[in-house]
Design a protein around this ligand. Structure first.
Ligand code: PSU
Ligand code: MN
Length: 302
């Protein structure tokens, strides 16, 4: 599949042709990560953060079987309210395209489409990873980072996961994990997991230099750029951990499985912390969008 077979928004296409910075954004957090209307507010706020930092946002989804890069305001509002949208990682694309259905792209799905479109930087909240107590439930996000050359800006992996094992899998697959303004892996709701990273960068140019080296080497791996949630928005670690433990217990008891696990845990953690975690989630998403736009800017500079 090449650019011609994708539905690319004219503004995004124009920026790509003229080598101006573009940032891809995912849609699963709109359909499965946050409830309406917060989801629509956040999706719009992320697009605005990208624009304010001088890049063009391209939210990615599948609409009636067409892979769409850069949603219009109407398409965003439609997705934010839609039900029964398929959560799309690699295995889901053949199905959703054949059935001409609607699909929300996960981190894995968004990386695939960003790469097809020629977008090099992508902002999300937290990537999927290895689930606690289920070392064989490994998110397709990690497998995609192993094989698709896109830089993913995140606030670490979601704290509901097993973070040490998640970093082990990334290491096995040759994915560099770059800390932007941090030396340890951030833990999504909190700033510091205590797990050391491969490298710390203090400027966007340093991050861009690593991305360029990867291109020079011709490696097809993705790069994970992790940056912590802003200090003022961080959840106290015991509050986050208590809610996560409770949500994990409930997921076991109810037998929640497969692609339902992550949305279930995120929603329960949000309820259990009286939405404090959702406020943190929103803050880190906007922060990541801004950082991604600045990295894209540094990468686009000659
Ligand atoms: N981060 C969030 N909210 C989300 C997700 C991540 O703050 O909804 C989504 C992303 O789309 C990620 C997906 O790719 O959850 C991971 O799902 P799974 O664990 O089933 O691979
Ligand atoms: Mn899973």
């Amino acid at each position: 599949m090449d650019q011609k077979q994708l539905q690319i928004h004219p503004e995004v296409l124009d920026a790509l042709k003229n080598r101006r910075p573009v940032v891809a954004l995912e849609s699963t957090l709109i359909t499965h990560g946050l409830p309406y209307p917060v989801n629509l507010e956040v999706a719009s706020a992320m697009e605005k953060a990208v624009r304010d930092a001088g890049a063009v946002p391209a939210t990615i989804a599948v609409l009636k079987g067409r892979i769409t890069v850069g949603l219009t305001q109407d398409q965003l509002s439609y997705l934010a309210r839609a039900r029964d949208v398929r959560k799309c990682s690699r295995r889901d694309f053949p199905i959703v395209l054949a059935q001409q259905g609607d699909g929300a792209t996960t981190v894995a799905g968004t990386m695939i489409v960003a790469h097809m479109a020629g977008i090099r930087v992508f902002a999300t909240g937290g990537i999927g990873g290895v689930h606690r107590g289920h070392p064989f439930d490994v998110s397709a996000d990690l497998m995609e980072l192993a094989q698709t050359p896109v830089a993913v800006v995140c606030a670490g992996a979601k704290a509901i996961l097993d973070l040490p094992l998640t970093l082990e899998v990334l290491e096995t697959h040759g994915v560099p994990v770059v800390g932007y303004l941090c030396s340890t892996f951030p833990a999504f709701y909190t700033r510091d997991s205590g797990l050391p990273l491969d490298v710390r960068c203090d400027t966007f140019d340093e991050v861009a230099a690593i991305l360029r080296s990867r291109e020079t080497l011709g490696f097809q791996t993705g790069t994970l750029v992790a940056t912590p949630i802003p200090e003022k928005d961080e959840l106290p670690a015991p509050v986050a951990e208590k809610a996560i433990a409770q949500a994990l217990k409930e997921a076991e008891e109810r037998g929640v499985r497969g692609k339902e696990v992550t949305p279930f845990l995120l929603a329960r953690v949000s309820e259990l912390t009286h939405e404090e975690s959702r406020t943190a989630n929103v803050a880190l998403l906007e922060n990541n969008a801004r950082v991604a736009a600045q990295i894209a800017g540094a990468l686009a500079a000659p």
